[in-house]
Write a protein that binds this ligand. Structure first.
Ligand SMILES: Nc1ncnc2c1ncn2[C@@H]1O[C@H](COP(=O)(O)OP(=O)(O)O)[C@@H](O)[C@H]1O
Ligand SMILES: [Mg+2]
Length: 226
């Protein structure tokens, strides 16, 4: 599904150039649940942002099925993110003083879906994360765990092929983290490919495969027994 070949990322140039990613080769198959681990500053977020087409590599190629993402225009990249990918961030990034339902409907506005269908799809997505009784709560009236559920509903409401998550449980306690991970795993088992950054082994253990980054290179990887 996804193929990275010799991906490098360099910030700055000359004396101050920092090689954040060094010749990364990585293949991800459809249906996989991949965790990316590594020390702070090892390049995890940079790699995830390249996979999420939020950032461009300095060199190397990114292929998605038969498409060369490198050759995409800005507009094509926006469509790729909007229709193919779903994003979950550590900080939830919900609109405050806005209902859970409105938050989840938002990505559908950009897809030009009519208001009635938007509402139905958003309700269904919120139901799938166990929040059907909270659809009219404003996001700031919800707990951290509930807010992350809204964010997950917003990420999956467009039926993405790939879910991209950067430390999705970073702001949650252990109990809430594990509930969120169970939920992400259930979406993966329903067919969504998941790529997630975490620095916690117990969170990575929900994945089917873990990639360990160190100083911008893949140091090793591990396939998990199910
Ligand atoms: N926009 C940027 N400009 C310069 N350096 C950056 C930028 N973004 C990240 N870096 C550097 O790249 C390295 C890797 O960052 P990052 O991918 O965020 O690591 P991680 O997510 O593993 O903690 C860090 O040393 C960081 O300081
Ligand atoms: Mg990071």
């Amino acid at each position: 599904m996804i193929k990275l070949q010799q991906i490098s990322k360099i910030y700055g140039s000359g004396e101050v150039a920092t090689h954040v990613l060094k010749n990364i080769d990585l293949e991800i198959k459809q249906g996989e649940f991949v965790a990316i681990m590594g020390p702070s500053g090892s390049g995890k977020s940079t790699l995830l942002n390249i996979l999420g087409a939020l950032d461009e590599p300095s060199s190397g190629t990114y292929t998605f099925f038969d498409s060369s993402i490198n050759s995409f225009s800005k507009e094509q990249l926006a469509l790729f993110r909007r229709y193919i990918l779903g994003f979950i961030f550590q900080g939830f990034n919900l609109l405050k003083k806005t209902s859970a339902l409105e938050n989840v409907m938002m990505p559908l506005v950009y897809q030009g879906i009519d208001a009635k269908s938007r509402k139905e799809m958003a309700y269904k997505a919120l139901k799938s994360v166990g929040l059907e009784s909270h659809v009219y709560y404003n996001s700031n009236e919800l707990s951290g765990g509930q807010q992350q559920r809204v964010a997950i509903a917003r990420a999956i409401v467009t039926n993405p092929q790939v879910l991209i998550a950067d430390e999705p449980t970073g702001n949650l306690d252990t109990q809430r983290s594990h509930e969120i991970m169970e939920l992400i795993r259930s979406f993966n088992q329903n067919g969504i490919t998941v790529i997630m950054v975490t620095h916690e082994e117990d969170i990575a253990s929900f994945a089917t495969r873990t990639i360990y980054l160190r100083d911008g290179v893949i140091e090793r990887e591990r396939t998990h027994a199910l």
